[in-house]
Design a protein around this ligand. Structure first.
Ligand code: PLP
Length: 349
């Protein structure tokens, strides 16, 4: 996070450190604070509450557009939120006045990724004017966008300029500058790396890159080498071996569907030694998100509670009771930190 904050600082950008990938580990929030992030952000209120309880002093930012039913808690727990509905903003005004607080909002612009946000510039400007002039408990702190998510839209220079154009339209309508123009998440570092990030963008909300480093999409999907200086071992999964029998690699019998209703393709590689681990898809999701640290090991298949690793080509001899270690991609970290079967051991804090 210190490295990421450094990159952003050079471009005049403050970082909101996003903890949701860790299921809101308080130590992640405390580390972010120490590393120079300016906000602690998460998609779940209880995770922000945990950061607060751990003594985080930074302002807290709710980055999943809130449910009306959680506004009471949200106003109590955090100072900032992303917003994309007038109804919610009106309900937020009522709640903020009731609690005698001012809540800061960042109105979201949907620039084509098709998740949260106002889709038309005029609508966003109208709502911004409404918040500015009609709501007393809600402060319009800025506007923002999110890209590279459900719609996989790239945060190009063009999209960043579009956000700046929307921000300028809001500023003209309300007659003052906005404090925040929030250009996106980890993927929005691409225009920053390319040196084309417009000056007006002054906040990014970063999580994934900090936990995955070169295992993150910036490297694996966009081939960006900048992230190679970051660690890809922030989280390591340790799993215990419960069987190491040698077996055929192709199932024997009439094939139907697997435990998840799928019809996988099995490659017949003859008989091979395979370790079974006492952890499964119930804990981490997809086998593709585990990367064995042991050379020659290959994760081949898994059910909810078992993971089968081909260890035939490993130089090290694996026995029942041994621990195998894996680097993790984003969604495995997200799930494993939330699994009640997994113990989180923290080093160095
Ligand atoms: C998850 C999320 C982020 C952080 O994304 P990363 O890819 O983890 O950096 C930022 N903003 C919003 C709105 C999010 O939902």
């Amino acid at each position: 996070m210190r490295t990421v904050v450094g990159w952003c600082k050079e471009a005049g950008i403050d970082v909101a450190g996003v903890t949701k990938a860790t299921t809101g580990m308080a130590t992640a929030a405390l580390d972010y604070e120490e590393c120079g992030a300016k906000w602690i952000a998460s998609s779940r209120l209880e995770q922000l509450e945990r950061a607060k309880a751990a003594g985080v002093k930074l302002p807290l930012l709710m980055i999943r557009v809130p449910m009306i039913s959680e506004l009471e808690d949200m106003v109590r727990v955090c100072d900032y939120s992303l917003q994309s509905s007038l109804d919610t903003l009106k309900a937020l005004e009522t709640e903020a006045l009731k609690q005698d607080r001012t809540h800061n909002v960042i109105l979201m612009a949907d620039l084509g990724d098709l998740r949260e946000g106002f889709f038309e510039k005029e609508e966003l400007v109208d709502v911004a004017e409404y918040v500015e002039n009609k709501l007393d408990g809600v402060h319009l702190a800025g506007i923002g966008t999110n890209l590279g998510c459900v719609g996989s839209v790239k945060p190009t220079e063009e999209k960043m300029l579009m956000l700046c154009d929307w921000a300028a339209a809001v500023e003209e309508a309300i007659g003052r500058p906005l404090e925040i123009v929030s250009g996106g998440a980890t993927s929005s570092l691409i225009p920053l790396f390319d040196g084309v990030m417009p000056k007006k963008i002054n906040m990014l909300r970063i999580g994934a890159l900090v936990f995955c480093g070169p295992m993150e999409d910036l490297r694996t999907c966009y081939g960006r080498e900048e992230a190679d200086v970051l660690s890809d071992e922030v989280f390591i999964l340790e799993a215990e071996v419960i069987e190491t029998n040698t077996k055929p690699t192709h199932p024997i019998g009439e094939l139907g569907v697997d435990a998840f209703g799928q019809k996988p393709h099995y490659v017949d590689r003859g008989r091979r030694r395979r370790a079974i681990l006492a952890i499964g898809r119930a804990d981490y999701g997809d086998i593709g998100d585990l990367v064995p640290q042991l050379e020659g090991a290959e994760v081949v298949m898994a059910s909810g509670d078992h993971t089968i690793v081909d260890i035939e080509d490993c130089k090290e001899f694996i026995r029942v009771g041994d621990i195998m270690r894996f680097k993790l991609r984003y969604s495995a970290i997200l799930r494993l930190t939330a699994s009640e079967n997994v113990t989180i051991k923290e080093k160095g804090r």
